[in-house]
Design a protein around this ligand. Structure first.
Ligand SMILES: NC(=O)c1ccc[n+]([C@@H]2O[C@H](COP(=O)([O-])OP(=O)(O)OC[C@H]3O[C@@H](n4cnc5c(N)ncnc54)[C@H](O)[C@@H]3O)[C@@H](O)[C@H]2O)c1
Length: 453
């Protein structure tokens, strides 16, 4: 834990979600905290509650977009404490769209007024705080330079991952696929500007090199470290510059996001998002995999690529992949049975099921979710011993039920809503290795959990 030892710490936006606990943490570390936000009365109340907790706090309202408001804040701080040691520029506005606002939050319809307001608070406000409050810090530092009481100070500007990477609009999408609003353009732009601006005052207000003083590595403090930036852009579906790539060495890690948009190798750089998997820690996924006793698979679009060949006399043919067959075998060797549940009649599937020595085959099942109790009973397994792979909308219900306690997957070419609902999205499409990939994923997870290999 840091010790601030009476240092005067100013937190802007101190009534907000992050500002409030931040102010409390600074007070608990021994700082004398100045809480400032738009509402003067609430700042005074919050400071009193902090002061009661052992800190020496001041609450004072200010609008960071107005120089005269900041000047009066500065006067109040200097009057009470005589100095500022730490300035946290935390206040900001993010778009709040009540209810459903897909239209007004869209880039095409985004209002200029909103854009100006957000840039004013987030960028101009940060600039003014650095100029007025930071200027007073620099002034004091200059006055005391070369003396035994030489002082310094720290300015911390709060940016956002959205200052580094573009917003992922799918995060704001509802499970039913509707988009109540889009992350609008002003906030990410303002946060990128905060990062850019932060490089500037350091040169103007920052430390001069005194004898014996170590220079601060130029880039270290001006923007997030390279490792952090790389991780952020890798973990983000858009990447910082729209370049397309997969996350390396993270196959099989739940919540992995697969591919990015604006793929340069695609004609016209079309949007290409291969989906993302839902939240589940690796440990939890491994624990679930260790329990799996039966893998249930849809037939068409999973075990086959969904194509049906029809001959002149009406005979139908479907194509299966031997690699998927090997997946069934590898699971069986490790004590995991495979079964097919499909709405199709048995005619075309029975032979393949017999060849694969599937323990169960449920055909002509129109509602797989409604059939689940019977599956559990006949297979003599519990819900948490099931894994399921499906590709179409009629699989969504059973995926949701099994996904609660078991594991779910979808081929790469499954319907988008299915891909968004499962734990694992295969890189292989249906009928061309998706089932094998699921089998290998489960076995890999089981070896992670220390289960059977
Ligand atoms: N919450 C998050 O998930 C998140 C993520 C990344 C970055 N951030 C950043 O962290 C900081 C705090 O975020 P938060 O979630 O606590 O936001 P918040 O909306 O809860 O709080 C922001 C505060 O700033 C104040 N404010 C707005 N305009 C002001 C002005 N002109 N003058 C003075 N005060 C003003 C608001 O009154 C509010 O109390 C912001 O800079 C935000 O961009 C937040």
């Amino acid at each position: 834990m840091i010790t601030l030892d009476g240092k005067v710490c100013v937190v802007t936006g101190a009534l907000g979600l992050i500002g409030n606990p931040l102010a409390r943490a600074l007070a608990e570390a021994g700082g004398r905290v100045v809480l400032t936000d738009l509402d003067h009365g609430a700042c005074v109340d919050r400071a009193q509650s902090l002061g009661g907790g052992g800190g020496d706090a001041l609450g004072h309202g200010a609008d960071i977009t107005k120089p005269e408001s900041l000047a009066s804040l500065l006067a109040a701080i200097l009057d009470r404490f005589g100095q500022i040691d730490v300035l946290v520029n935390n206040a900001a506005i993010d778009d709040k769209f009540g209810g459903s606002a897909p239209h007004e939050s869209m880039f095409e319809h985004y209002e200029l007024e909103r854009w100006r307001k957000i840039l004013d608070a987030n960028v101009t406000g940060t600039f003014l705080c650095c100029q007025v409050l930071g200027g007073a810090m620099a002034e004091r530092s200059k006055r005391t330079a070369g003396t035994a009481q030489r002082t310094g100070g720290s300015i911390i500007n709060i940016a956002s991952t959205y200052g580094i990477v573009a917003p992922d609009q799918s995060l704001y999408r509802k499970p039913d696929g509707s988009q109540p609003f889009f992350k609008a353009p002003a906030y990410p732009t303002s946060k990128a500007a905060v990062l850019g601006f932060t490089r500037y005052p350091r040169r103007v207000l920052g430390r001069r090199r005194h004898p014996g003083q170590r220079p601060v590595a130029r880039r270290r403090r001006e923007r997030p470290g390279r490792t952090l930036r790389c991780q952020l852009s890798r973990a983000h579906p858009l990447g910082p510059d729209g370049d397309s790539r997969r996350l390396r060495r993270r196959h099989g890690v739940p919540r992995q996001r697969r591919l990015v948009v604006h793929d340069r190798r695609q004609p016209c750089r079309r949007r290409r998002v291969h989906g993302m998997v839902s939240p589940l820690s690796l440990a939890e996924a491994a624990a679930r995999a260790a329990r799996i006793a039966l893998v249930l698979a849809d037939n068409d679009g999973v075990m086959t690529d969904g194509t049906v060949y029809v001959s002149a006399n009406g005979e139908e043919m479907k194509v299966y992949n031997v690699r998927d067959g090997m997946g069934v075998e590898r699971l069986r060797e490790r004590g995991i049975a495979t079964a097919i549940v499909t709405r199709e009649p048995p005619a075309l599937i029975a032979r393949r099921a017999a060849k694969l020595e599937l323990r169960h085959l449920w055909t002509s099942v129109r509602n797989k979710h409604a059939h689940l109790d019977r599956i559990l009973e006949e297979a003599n397994v519990s819900l948490d011993q099931l894994a399921y792979i499906g590709d179409d909308l009629n699989d969504l219900e059973i995926i949701a039920a099994i996904g609660e306690v078991g594991l779910t997957a979808a081929p790469a070419d499954a319907m988008p809503r299915v891909r968004e609902s499962v734990h694992y999205v295969c890189t292989a499409p249906g009928g061309r290795g998706a089932f094998r990939e699921l089998a290998e994923w489960l076995l890999r997870l089981r070896s992670n959990s220390g289960g059977q290999r």
